[in-house]
Design a binder for this molecule. Structure first.
Ligand code: FES
Length: 113
């Protein structure tokens, strides 16, 4: 079990990039709900953020890829507009235990390798 970060450290309507053993992930908190994805665009495999910890569009309603502007739903990672339309960001299973966002290392490696 790996503790990534306390949920309370992520303000609502923001995103945060994280690394675990060189695997790049990001978290979005929307309506007090947490979403965790691999930081890899399904179009070309590039990182998604515009600037450090900035993964959302200006309205904070969608995830936006910095490379070609694809837009993804926050709640399920589905690409709505862009060259990877219909594809999904890779979601990462997690739990929140005592306020900590936690993942299973083995599960993470099985998804990313
Ligand atoms: S790499 Fe993300 S839209 Fe092209």
């Amino acid at each position: 079990m790996i503790n990534l970060i306390k949920s309370s450290e992520i303000p609502n309507d923001t995103s945060k990039g994280l690394k675990y053993k060189k695997i790049s992930l990001f978290i979005v908190k929307k309506n007090e709900e947490v979403f965790l994805y691999l930081n890899r665009c399904p179009h070309l495999g590039t990182p998604l953020e515009w600037n450090e910890n900035e993964f959302l569009d200006s309205d904070k309603t969608l995830i936006r890829c910095a490379t070609h502007g694809a837009l993804f739903q926050i709640n399920n990672g589905k690409c709505l507009v862009g060259p990877c339309q219909g594809k999904h960001l890779q979601s990462i299973p997690f739990e929140i235990k005592d306020g900590e966002i936690t993942i299973q290392e083995q599960e993470l490696f099985s998804i990313t390798f």
